[in-house]
Design a protein around this ligand. Structure first.
Ligand code: SF4
Length: 344
């Protein structure tokens, strides 16, 4: 079986060079072609010897592939559909990524799993079940293979899947984005989200400097359990206790995502409990308008209740903003990614 060079680290490429009798410096040259110059063919690596390129073509390939679909929102947001080489089942082998242009900023929201095991009741992805992990190459391909690659300023791991449930591949992908031999990005251009799987989150906090976003959605344990089954194994109070063990006064940031559901989590009682839960933690709360999908029993909070909630938090020492909603008309907004092919 041929090896996929795309997604490999410098150390792995050095091992490949050693195994194939190629000079060690060829690994650095390959990284340069793969990541800085983002070529998608071995023949384009013109400073490798012809013999080395011929051998590489025999034993390896560059697993890059273009999106198979793109929908464009009236607000300029683009939703890309990718086929996944790492699919383990035939019926679900697509994931979606969302490019969000905003002035000088270009943010890409990437997926890390086909479907998701977490089963959050308000989330379209969560209702589909789990169909497999993406490997690092399939995560990175979403970033490297869109036409807007050169405009990207930020990556958020907030698409389909729970990053802490596929942590090895997520960390491999962020290493390529941040290492000097990779894209050389600051980790502070990358945010990785989680519902709060404590073992994974702890490891991530110890091994990465990327920003972290925790999906909170309700500060009361019993009410949170109603919408997020993972609350049972990893209560939000324990997640916050873990986060308190780290220093958030530097450049790395922790934020909490709080999707607002009418009548469920949007009154003063919830705001007051949220203040109590997060008191003294250097953090930010992002309020997200719920995007109702067909068949959901949940309703969208009114703009007024969202503003009141935000003001309560800000007045009680918790920095809080209402996140602008993007791409709702193409089902690209938070919680709406389904990874389904739309034939047009
Ligand atoms: Fe999974 Fe995130 Fe959806 Fe929850 S909200 S089911 S963690 S994709």
């Amino acid at each position: 079986m041929r090896t996929n060079l795309f997604g490999m680290s410098l150390a792995e490429l050095q091992q490949l060079c050693a195994d194939e009798g190629m000079p060690k410096f060829a690994a650095k040259q390959m990284c340069d072609w793969l990541y800085a110059k983002h070529v998608d063919s071995i023949d384009a690596m013109t400073n490798l010897s012809l013999k080395a390129r011929a051998r590489l073509n025999e034993i390896a390939f560059i697993g890059r592939h273009d999106p198979v679909g793109c929908q464009v929102s009236k607000d300029g947001t683009k939703k890309y559909l990718f086929e996944c080489a790492s699919a383990v089942t035939q019926e679900q082998q697509y994931v979606e990524s969302v490019f969000i242009p905003d002035g000088d900023r270009g943010t890409l929201c990437v997926s890390c799993q086909m479907g998701c095991k977490m089963g959050c009741r308000f989330c379209v992805t969560g209702q589909q079940g789990f169909h497999g992990n993406l490997d690092a190459a399939d995560i990175l391909n979403q970033i490297f293979s869109i036409p807007e690659f050169d405009r990207l300023t930020n990556i958020v791991y907030m698409g389909m899947g729970e990053p802490m449930d596929n942590l090895d591949n997520v960390l491999r992908s962020t290493e390529v984005l941040t290492a000097p031999w990779g894209l050389g990005w600051s980790p502070h251009r990358i945010t990785v989200s989680s519902v709060g799987i404590i073992p994974g989150l702890r490891r991530f906090l110890n091994e990465s400097q990327c920003h972290v976003a925790v999906s909170l959605h309700n500060p009361f344990a019993a009410e949170r359990l109603d919408i997020m089954p993972m609350q049972k194994a990893y209560p939000i109070a324990e997640v916050v206790s873990l986060l308190r063990q780290y220093d958030w006064s530097g450049q790395r940031r922790i934020s909490f995502e709080y999707t607002m559901f009418k009548g469920l989590n949007d009154d003063t009682r919830h705001a007051a409990e949220l203040v109590r839960l997060l008191k003294g933690l250097y953090c930010r709360v992002n309020l997200i308008r719920f995007h109702a999908s067909p068949d959901t029993p949940f309703k969208t909070s009114t703009p007024l209740s969202m503003e009141r909630f935000r003001d309560y938090l800000n007045n009680h020492g918790i920095t809080c903003t209402i996140r602008a909603s993007r791409g709702e008309d193409i089902m690209a907004a938070c919680g709406l990614l389904a990874g389904q092919r739309v034939d047009s």
